[in-house]
Design a protein around this ligand. Structure first.
Ligand code: MG
Length: 177
């Protein structure tokens, strides 16, 4: 069965802006280490898929077209650098107050990807920099990696916590192909 690596976007794929949304391509910059992680994940046979909350659209701070433009730019840049791209980009534009079953920490988007791609969740990973990422992964039955200065007690659903993406890369190297 196929296995996937699910990537949270802001804070993992690209540099997260503090208290604001990435609204156009000039604000989109790959996070240091992400490209190495992406190449490694491909090498290990995972299908790379983005799972991202984008409530900036729901709040009217940017349009869905702006979001798609950013994602086209991300894919094009990624292909130029690695000759690979994300297989899928799944996003939720609902605001938090809508209690959408798709919006992380709910697992809807991950489950959608699992169904679409015929993925074995137990062989797959969700990586993110928010606790809501690992809760969503846990609920969808994937393994989870949380990046940041967290302690175990505050992130019980994380399979592993690493301070930064470079430590996560060293760990992913140890996973079976
Ligand atoms: Mg994030």
């Amino acid at each position: 069965m196929k296995k996937a690596f699910f990537f949270d976007r802001d804070g993992i794929v690209n540099i997260r802006l503090i208290n604001q949304y990435v609204k156009n391509i000039s604000e989109f910059h790959f996070l240091d280490g992400f490209i190495d992680l992406f190449n490694l994940v491909i090498e290990k046979g995972f299908i790379p898929i983005v799972i991202t909350n984008q409530q900036g659209v729901g709040k009217g701070l940017m349009s869905e077209k702006d979001l798609l433009e950013i994602h086209n730019f991300m894919q094009k840049s990624l292909f130029e650098i690695t000759k690979n791209q994300f297989a899928d980009i799944i996003y939720c534009t609902d605001t938090k107050d809508k209690n959408s079953p798709r919006r992380k920490p709910e697992p809807g988007m991950i489950i959608e990807a699992i169904d679409t791609w015929g993925i074995d969740a137990t062989e797959s990973w969700m990586i993110g920099d928010s606790i809501s990422d690992v809760i969503a992964g846990y609920k969808a039955n994937t393994n989870t990696i949380l990046i940041g200065n967290y302690i175990e007690e505050e992130a019980k659903d994380a399979s592993f916590i690493f301070k930064n993406i470079f430590d996560a890369i060293e760990f992913v190297k140890t996973l079976e192909n």
